[in-house]
Design a protein around this ligand. Structure first.
Ligand SMILES: *Cc1c(COP(=O)(O)O)cnc(C)c1O
Length: 411
């Protein structure tokens, strides 16, 4: 008899998006004439940039010839891709990295999860609340936690509430933690951490020999000058932080799949007997054993994101989404609804009017405005009373949705 990994049974059923789907289907069945606008999605909608498509096609053509055929590439990704990312995206921030510190992957969701392979189970983990659910659930699956309480918090995890009171950037935990997840710009709250706030965390991590797992999936959406795009803009981060980036939201690669992890060579953890050991070496060992690299055409397409032709096109799509974000933010404010985010991220996090619960507001918005969003409580108990709207939609639909919300709640 093969025993299963019982830790999986501790997970709450994936409830949020199926439940949203169920309520929307029920509503449209009862109101077939209603034109429902979906601002709940965390997926992009605009096509890949022309320069990216061109590079993608050319790379596929390479595979059709003996001379240019590419088989297995380096497990860590091609150095020509790492180098272009370093030159075009990290150097302008004043961050120096070596290609040996960058690992190209098939996306950040896998990376955020796989990184846990190189850490012992007895580490104490700190996670934001509300949060991108992957951080939480992957720790449960590994067996680092006990059962969930009725709120959905797992025993053994330190949850860091992110609320309006702390500007949605968590305060340092009171008990000592070893691994800290930070996500800025944040999903779901759409808010960002300043250099000073990140410095507090970097100093904490270095003082406690903790590791920060920094998710920068939305860095390309930052518009405010001075907001850090990388944790390595903060002095001391190379001795305490691993950074994740993704081409998914930056360049519309959600269906193409490409991401990266930065593990600086200075970064160490301790062995059971207390000696320091390189995390870069461990991650390299893990990667070469369990992964055979992102595909060649995908890496060619990713390199084109940072080409002279590609970047302005990619940036134009980001600007399109960020203009949607502005329309949503300004419309909500005009309707007297308190909201956060949407200036440095494609998400707007609004406080539900009249003290409605997240799900009550969901129902009201669906029934009275025919607009779909995501209840904040679905991202963690501290998200109760909040609601997420996404800017990844069609502009005309975004305008129409905002008009309906203003008509309903406007003064
Ligand atoms: C979308 C997203 C990612 C990217 O995931 P991929 O697997 O690269 O598509 C990572 N982190 C957060 C918080 C996200 O919202």
């Amino acid at each position: 008899m093969a025993h299963i990994n019982d830790n999986y049974l501790k997970l709450k059923a994936g409830y949020l998006f199926p439940e949203i789907g169920r309520r929307v289907r029920e509503f449209t069945a009862a109101n077939p004439q209603a034109s429902v606008i979906r601002l709940g999605i965390g997926d992009v909608t605009q096509p890949l940039a022309p320069a990216v498509i061109e590079a993608f096609h050319a790379a596929v053509d390479d595979l059709a010839t003996t001379e240019n055929f590419a088989g297995y590439g380096p497990e860590q990704g091609y150095a020509w891709l790492s180098q272009v990312i370093i030159d075009k995206s990290y150097k302008p921030l004043g961050v120096e990295l070596k290609t040996s510190e960058m690992f190209i992957s098939d996306g950040s969701k896998c990376d955020c999860s796989n990184i846990l392979d190189i850490f012992a189970l007895d580490n104490k983990v700190a996670i934001g609340d509300p949060v991108y659910p992957v951080y939480n659930d992957t720790n449960v699956m590994l067996g680092r936690t006990g059962d969930a309480d009725e709120k959905g918090h797992y025993q053994g995890v330190v949850y860091m509430p992110c609320t309006a009171a702390n500007g949605f950037v968590p305060a340092l935990p009171e008990e000592k933690v070893d691994i800290i997840y930070l996500c800025s710009p944040n999903n779901p709250t759409g808010t960002v951490a300043t250099k000073e706030q990140l410095k507090t965390w970097v100093d904490y991590a270095n003082a406690h020999q903790a590791i920060i797992l920094f998710d920068a999936a939305y860095e390309a959406f930052i518009t405010t000058p001075g907001i850090p795009h990388s944790i390595y803009e903060i002095d001391g981060a190379k001795t305490c932080a691993i950074e994740f980036r993704s081409f998914s939201k930056t360049a519309g690669f959600t269906g193409v799949r490409c991401g990266l992890v930065v593990v600086p060579e200075e970064l160490t953890g301790t062995t059971a007997s207390g000696e320091e050991y390189s995390l870069n070496k461990l991650w390299n060992r893990r990667t070469t054993t369990k992964f055979n690299g992102a595909s060649y055409p995908v890496q060619k397409a990713a390199a084109a994101v940072y080409s002279d032709a590609g970047w302005p096109q990619v940036k134009a799509t980001i600007d399109y989404y960020m203009d949607n974000a502005r329309i949503i933010r300004e419309g909500l404010q005009a309707a007297g609804i308190t909201c956060y985010g949407g200036t440095d991220s494609p998400y707007i996090w609004l406080q539900t009017p009249a003290g409605l619960s997240s799900w009550d507001f969901f129902d009201k918005l669906l029934q009275e405005c025919h607009v779909v969003g995501t209840p904040g409580s679905g991202f963690g108990p501290a998200g109760e009373g909040y609601f997420r709207l996404s800017a990844f939609g069609d502009k005309d639909k975004v305008r129409e949705a905002v008009k309906r919300i203003e008509q309903k709640w406007g003064r």
